[in-house]
Structures are given as structure tokens and as C-alpha cells.
Ligand binder design. Structure first.
Ligand code: NAI
Length: 462
């Protein structure tokens, strides 16, 4: 039985970041992780492998669509699927080994196995019981399916199965036009699959700025994805290697179906806390399955904390990381803080989509007086040079004070561009602060500055 200051259950972005910071702050720290490799869902079967496939297929798409326009002649590359999957696995391996290295460097102990909490202050891994002053639940989330949809990870898959299919689907039906559905739908559409996305709501990517969502859907449709909107999936039947997806249109209750060789269920994720023993300990849970915490990640049982997908808030790796760091500071007797108003969201399609802060819809609902500065990438020389003029930057600022309240970008490198605005928002900047900052030419970032200028006297290249 070993004694630790902190034992963190779960080695994903929330858990491993929390562990490294705890160790850096002088706490004796261990992480319990039952997978063969560290990094959790994100590194093993989520963010990182999907970005590898998005990268490979983006290049394929460029070769097919744009090479000739640039005078690069010759046949576009053919796809060696096994090799593409091997590239993806290599990327995963490099990243997960990187975390192992960081654990050694920071003297974080990896307790290999699945952990349970038999009593406050104790964590059991296999036959061994370890003690800790503080226990952190960082167990993440799992895909949640729908009633009538049985996932076999071969024909009917979650994001996990979609990242290791043994073939490229010919016909793929994606249930849910959220982040996972659209990223993986893009991958397979670029690989030649006929992709149909069935979405319950009338707009894709719920919660996103409506104007961005509309533009995004138009661009994806142009790229070959088909959308069936306002359709509630009732069930999936599999027979002889073919899946039939049954749905009901919400507008008139009419029923219809689609057949496919592969179905991706991307209807959200739910906290993964089963088997930890939380019920017996009296740790209070919220109705939607999250662990209940106070503003400082403390659960209702003294000495037990929770972060990341297991608690409320957006299920994003970087949100979990920030919570991990903040909690480490708190456990070390300092003050840790997460600004939930400035957490960016990114979709890694081409073009990328990124947002931070309030949407126009939220501001309207709050009855706030705001102004909009918008700039199209059509006016950005760099974007046009890479055939990505179809998109825009939209900045929302307070009408009276000019303080930036939110930003929404669809366009090249949107996922990187958004951070300039995140930093500005953290500093309480006005749109004019951004507008008066010199931006290098020619860069995509100029579009951000132009949108900021559009909040004032006007953009230059519009
Ligand atoms: P999501 O919540 O983003 O989207 C699920 C979609 O499914 C919604 O549009 C919903 O209306 C639809 N839906 C639900 N029930 C349905 C039904 N019966 N019929 C038709 N449509 C239905 O969930 P998703 O895409 O599975 O992602 C899960 C989590 O993982 C999210 O929190 C997401 O933010 C996170 N994630 C983030 C990524 C990123 O930051 N780039 C990448 C992948 C996942």
C-alpha cells in the first residue's frame, strides 16, 4: 500500500494534466489508468486519431480538387487504407508515449489498472489499495447510443469504431450532425463514401452561431455530404451486412429509411463513472449522470474531486485540462480558476469552424445591445490563394463599451485564429484594441483584424 497526496483516476487530458501540475507543485501524485496507453479517449480514440485522418484526407481532397488549378498535373494519389490507418496509429503512439515520458520527467506514478474507491481516502487498483489525501475523478465520457440502435463497432459504430474500420464505407449514414458526425463524415466523404447525415434538429452543430451553422452546412453540402434535417432516428436494423436506418420527420411524422454498409452513431457522449463505487460512498450525482461538484471541483464527499467530461460543462479536452490545472493549484493550497466564458470550440473540417464566447442568438435572448463586425475571407488575399475564400470572421461586441463578447469563424485555420480573440477576451479587450493591433500581411489573421475594424468605422478590404 502506497501513500500519495493525490491519486487521479483517469489518464486523459483532464487527469494527466492535473497530475503533471500536482507533481510540479510538489505533491506526491499517482494516476490510475487501465488502458495500455495514457492519454484517454482524446489521444487514443478521439481528438488525435481523427485529426490524423482529417489531415490525410484533406491532402487527398486538395490533390483531387485544387492541384490542377495550381499547375500540379497528374493523377491524384490513390488510397492505401491500411497504410493510412498505420499512420494514424503512429501518431497516436507518438503522443501517448509523450505523456509517459512527461510522467517520468515529473515523477508521476502510473498505477496500471482500473481503479475503484472503496472508501474516502483510498483507491483500489487490482488487489492493491493505495491511500491519498485527495482523490480526483477524471474518468471522462463514453459514447451514448439511441434506443433501438445496437452498436457492434463493425457496421453500427461509434467514433471509436469509425476510427478503425476495416474498409472505407461505400454508403455511410451518420446519425447526429454534431462535431463527431461532421468530422468523421468529412473524412469518409473525402475518401469517396456516399455520406448522409440524419439530424434531429433543423440546424447542424447545435449551439453554434446560426449564421456560421448555415454557411457550414452549405459548404459541407457542396463537398458532397447530404443532410436529412428534422429527422428523429427510430432505430437501426442490420441484416446481411446492410444496415437500415429508420427515421421519422418531425414536421409531419412521416417515416422513411436509409440503407448503408456503415452507420456512425454520433448523438453525444455521457459521463463515464460506472464501477467507481461512487454510489456506495454517497457521492451525489446530477440527473444527467455527471458528478455534482461545487465551484472548486469538490464533490459532496470530502477529499473527492471531479473534473472534465465527468462533471458539467462542454465535453472538451481543453476544458478538462484547464480544470485539471486549476484543481492542482487548489490542492496545493493556491487559487485555481477556470474562465468558462472563454472556452473555444473548434471543428476540424475544411474549412475549420471555431467559436468563443456568446453567439448572436444568446445575446438576443439576454436582451443585450451588441454590434456585429463581419469580414469575409473573400477579402483576404492569403485565403483566396488557398481556395478558401468561402467563410468569414464575425466579432460580437458590446454596443456601448465595444468590449468583445464573442467571435465565430468559419475559414482557414479558424481553430488557431480564434485564440487571438480568446486572449483579447481574457484581457477584457474592446474590438478597437484588436483593430489597432498591427497584423502581418498576408495572413489569415488579417481577417480577424478586419472583422474588429468592422465593429468600428469599417473594414478596409470589404
Ligand atoms: P453533439 O452533442 O455535438 O451532437 C449530437 C447531435 O446528434 C446533435 O446535433 C443532436 O441533435 C443529434 N441527435 C440526437 N439524437 C438524435 C436522433 N435520435 N436522431 C437524429 N439526430 C439526433 O455530439 P457528438 O458529435 O457525438 O460529440 C460528443 C462530444 O464530443 C461533444 O461534446 C463534442 O463537443 C465532443 N467532441 C469535440 C470535438 C472537437 O472539439 N473538435 C471532436 C469530437 C467530439
Amino acid at each position: 500500500m502506497a501513500e500519495f497526496d493525490v491519486i487521479i483516476i483517469g489518464g486523459g487530458p483532464g487527469g494527466y494534466v492535473c497530475a503533471i501540475r500536482c507533481a510540479q507543485l510538489g505533491l506526491k501524485t499517482a494516476v490510475v489508468e487501465g488502458r495500455e496507453t495514457l492519454g484517454g479517449t482524446c489521444l487514443n480514440v478521439g481528438c488525435i486519431p481523427s485529426k490524423a485522418l482529417l489531415n490525410a484526407t484533406h491532402h487527398l481532397h486538395e490533390a483531387q480538387e485544387n492541384f490542377e488549378k495550381m499547375g500540379l498535373m497528374g493523377a491524384a494519389p490513390t488510397v492505401d487504407w491500411a497504410k493510412m490507418l498505420a499512420y494514424k496509429s503512429d501518431v497516436i503512439g507518438q503522443n501517448t508515449k509523450g505523456i509517459e515520458f512527461l510522467f517520468k520527467k515529473n515523477k508521476v506514478t502510473w498505477l496500471k489498472g482500473w481503479g475503484t474507491i472503496p472508501a474516502a481516502g483510498q483507491v483500489q487498483v487490482g488487489d492493491e489499495v493505495h491511500s491519498a489525501k485527495s482523490i480526483v475523478i477524471a474518468t471522462g465520457s463514453e459514447s451514448s447510443s439511441l434506443p433501438g440502435v445496437a452498436v457492434d463497432e463493425k457496421i453500427v459504430v461509434t467514433s471509436t469504431g469509425a476510427l478503425e474500420l476495416d474498409r472505407i464505407p461505400q454508403k455511410l449514414v451518420v446519425i447526429g450532425a454534431g462535431v463527431i458526425g461532421l468530422e468523421m463524415g468529412s473524412v469518409y466523404a473525402r475518401l469517396g463514401a456516399e455520406v448522409t447525415v440524419v439530424e434531429y434538429l433543423d440546424a447542424i452543430t447545435p449551439g453554434m452561431d446560426a449564421e456560421v451553422a448555415k454557411t457550414f452546412q452549405r459548404i459541407l453540402t457542396k463537398q458532397g455530404l447530404t443532410f436529412v434535417m428534422g429527422a428523429a432516428v427510430q432505430g437501426v436494423d442490420v441484416a446481411g451486412g446492410t444496415a437500415t436506418v429508420r427515421y421519422k420527420l418531425r414536421k409531419d411524422d412521416s417515416e422513411a429509411s436509409l440503407t448503408a454498409d456503415t452507420v456512425l452513431v454520433a448523438t453525444g457522449r455521457r459521463p463515464y463513472t460506472a464501477g467507481l463505487g461512487l454510489e456506495a460512498l454517497g457521492v451525489e450525482m446530477l440527473p444527467r449522470g455527471q458528478v455534482k461538484t461545487d465551484g472548486h471541483f469538490a464533490t459532496t464527499v470530502k477529499g473527492i474531486y471531479a473534473i472534465g467530461d465527468a462533471i458539467t460543462g462542454p465535453m472538451l479536452a481543453h476544458k478538462a485540462e484547464d480544470e485539471g490545472m486549476a484543481l492542482a493549484e487548489i490542492l496545493a493550497g493556491k487559487s485555481g480558476h477556470v474562465n468558462y466564458g472563454v472556452i473555444p470550440g473548434v471543428i476540424y473540417t475544411t474549412p475549420e469552424v471555431a467559436s468563443v464566447g456568446k453567439t448572436e442568438e444568446q445575446l438576443k435572448e439576454e436582451g443585450r445591445a451588441y454590434k456585429v463586425g463581419k469580414f469575409s475571407f473573400m477579402g483576404n488575399g492569403r485565403a483566396k490563394a488557398v481556395f478558401q475564400g468561402d467563410g468569414f470572421v464575425k466579432i460580437l461586441a458590446d454596443k456601448a463599451t465595444d468590449r468583445i463578447l464573442g467571435a465565430h469563424i468559419i475559414g482557414p485555420m479558424a481553430g488557431d485564429l480564434i485564440h487571438e480573440i480568446c486572449v483579447a477576451m481574457e484581457f477584457g479587450a474592446s474590438a478597437q484594441d484588436l483593430a489597432l493591433t498591427c497584423h502581418a500581411h498576408p495572413t489569415y489573421s488579417e481577417a480577424v483584424r478586419e472583422a474588429a475594424l468592422a465593429c468600428g468605422d469599417g473594414a478596409i478590404h470589404a
